[in-house]
Design a protein around this ligand. Structure first.
Ligand SMILES: *Cc1c(COP(=O)(O)O)cnc(C)c1O
Length: 342
C-alpha cells in the first residue's frame, strides 16, 4: 500500500503549519481586529482566504472531484516547486522526466537539489518502452508525465500511466496544462484507483488567465493536505480568486474559445503543410503546433524580423519551432510571412 508519509520529508512531517487567527476562528463575527489590516472597506483591504474554499467549491463542481482533493497554487509552477519540497529528499530521492518536455521540472529539481533522471521519448515522442523505464525506477521521489506534452503536443494513455504508477514507489505527476484541447480524458478519473497519482491543471491556457497565476492539483486528501501545510498562507490573491471564479461562471465562453482554437489549429496545420520550407508537422492535442523546417533558425529569424515571436525548440528538437495557435488574424499574419519563405 502506498503511504505518502513514507516519501514526505521528515522536517515537513514534523513541522507546524502557519496558522492565522482567522483560520483558527470558527463561528460568526463581523468585527475583525485580528490581522492588522486597514479597517476601511475596499475590495482588497482583507487578506484572501488561505484555502480558497469558494474557488475550490466551484472547481469541485466542474471537475467532479471532492474539495479535499483540490490544491490551488500560484500557477502550476508553484505546485511543482512545492511537490519537490514536500516529497523529494536531496541526495536520496530522484525526479524522473521524459524529455523533450516542459522545462520547469528540471529547473525546480535543480533549485531543490534533486537528482534528475532523464528517460528520453522515442523518435515519435512516445514514452520509452517499459523495459527502458521500469528498471530505472529504483528510487522514490517524483515522476513527471506531461500529457499532452509540451513541446511535442501528443498525449499518453491511461494504461501507460497506470503501469508506471504501479511500478513506482514515489508520486506520479501527470501535468495536464493542455488537457482542454485534447481528445484524451483527464487522468483525474484514475485518482480513485491510483493512490500515488497527482494531476496538475491550470487556468493559464484554455481558461485564458495566464496573468492571474492560478493552477490546480488533484490528488488524495492526504497528499493535498501536505501541500496545504507548506504553501505560503495567502498564495492566491483576491483578484485572482475572483477572476478564476468569474471564468468558471463563464464556462460556455471558455468552451467556445477552445472550439475556435482547435478549429484554427486544424486550419493552420493544413496551411503550414503546404509550405515547401516545412518537412514535418507533429500531431497536436494542444493549442500549439510543433513544426519541423528545413532550416528552423532562418525561419525563426525571418519571423522575428517581422515582429512575430514563436518558440525556438531547435536546441531540444532539431529544426523545430513550437507555434502557439493565435487569433485568426494573428495566424494569417504568420502565414503571410511563412508564405514568403522559399
Ligand atoms: C504552461 C504550462 C504550465 C502552466 O504553468 P502555470 O504556472 O499554471 O502558468 C504547466 N505545465 C506545462 C506543461 C505548461 O506548458
Amino acid at each position: 500500500m502506498f503511504d505518502i508519509k513514507k516519501i514526505t520529508r521528515k522536517n515537513i512531517l514534523n513541522m507546524q503549519a502557519y496558522s492565522s487567527a482567522r483560520s483558527e476562528f470558527k463561528g460568526i463575527a463581523d468585527v475583525w481586529l485580528d490581522a492588522n489590516e486597514n479597517p476601511n472597506a475596499s475590495n482588497l483591504n482583507r487578506y484572501p482566504d488561505p484555502l480558497q474554499l469558494r474557488l475550490k467549491a466551484a472547481v469541485s463542481k466542474i471537475k467532479n472531484v471532492a474539495l479535499e482533493q483540490i490544491f490551488v497554487g500560484n500557477g502550476s509552477d508553484e505546485a511543482i516547486d512545492l511537490l519537490f519540497r514536500a516529497f523529494c529528499e536531496p541526495g536520496v530521492s530522484k525526479a524522473y522526466i521524459f524529455p523533450p518536455t516542459y522545462g520547469m521540472y528540471k529547473v525546480s529539481a535543480a533549485i531543490n537539489n534533486i537528482d534528475l533522471v532523464e528517460l528520453p521519448l522515442t523518435k515519435t515522442f512516445e514514452l520509452p518502452t517499459s523495459q527502458m523505464i521500469l528498471p530505472n525506477l529504483k528510487s522514490d521521489g517524483l515522476l513527471f508525465i506531461c500529457s499532452p506534452n509540451n513541446p511535442t503536443g501528443n498525449s499518453t494513455d491511461s494504461d501507460r500511466i497506470k503501469e508506471i504508477a504501479s511500478n513506482f514507489k514515489g508520486l506520479v505527476v501527470v501535468d495536464e496544462a493542455y488537457i482542454d484541447f485534447s481528445t484524451y480524458k483527464s487522468a483525474i478519473k484514475l485518482l480513485q484507483e491510483i493512490p500515488n497519482l497527482l494531476v496538475l491543471q491550470t487556468f493559464s491556457k484554455a481558461y485564458g488567465l495566464a496573468g492571474a497565476r492560478v493552477g490546480t492539483a488533484f490528488a488524495s486528501p492526504e497528499i493535498i493536505s501536505i501541500l496545504n501545510k507548506i504553501k505560503p498562507p495567502y498564495n492566491i490573491n483576491s483578484l485572482s480568486i475572483d477572476a478564476a471564479l468569474n471564468i468558471i461562471g463563464n464556462k460556455e465562453s471558455v468552451d467556445k474559445q477552445i472550439d475556435e482554437i482547435i478549429l484554427e489549429r486544424n486550419r493552420l496545420r493544413v496551411a503550414v503543410s503546404n509550405l515547401t520550407c516545412v518537412t514535418k508537422i507533429f500531431p497536436s492535442d494542444a493549442n500549439f503546433l510543433l513544426v519541423e523546417f528545413i532550416n528552423s533558425e532562418s525561419v525563426f529569424a525571418k519571423l522575428i524580423s517581422q515582429g512575430i515571436v514563436v518558440r525556438n525548440r531547435g536546441s531540444q528538437i532539431k529544426n523545430c519551432l513550437r507555434i502557439t495557435i493565435g487569433t485568426k488574424d494573428e495566424n494569417e499574419k504568420l502565414m503571410n510571412v511563412l508564405n514568403e519563405i522559399e
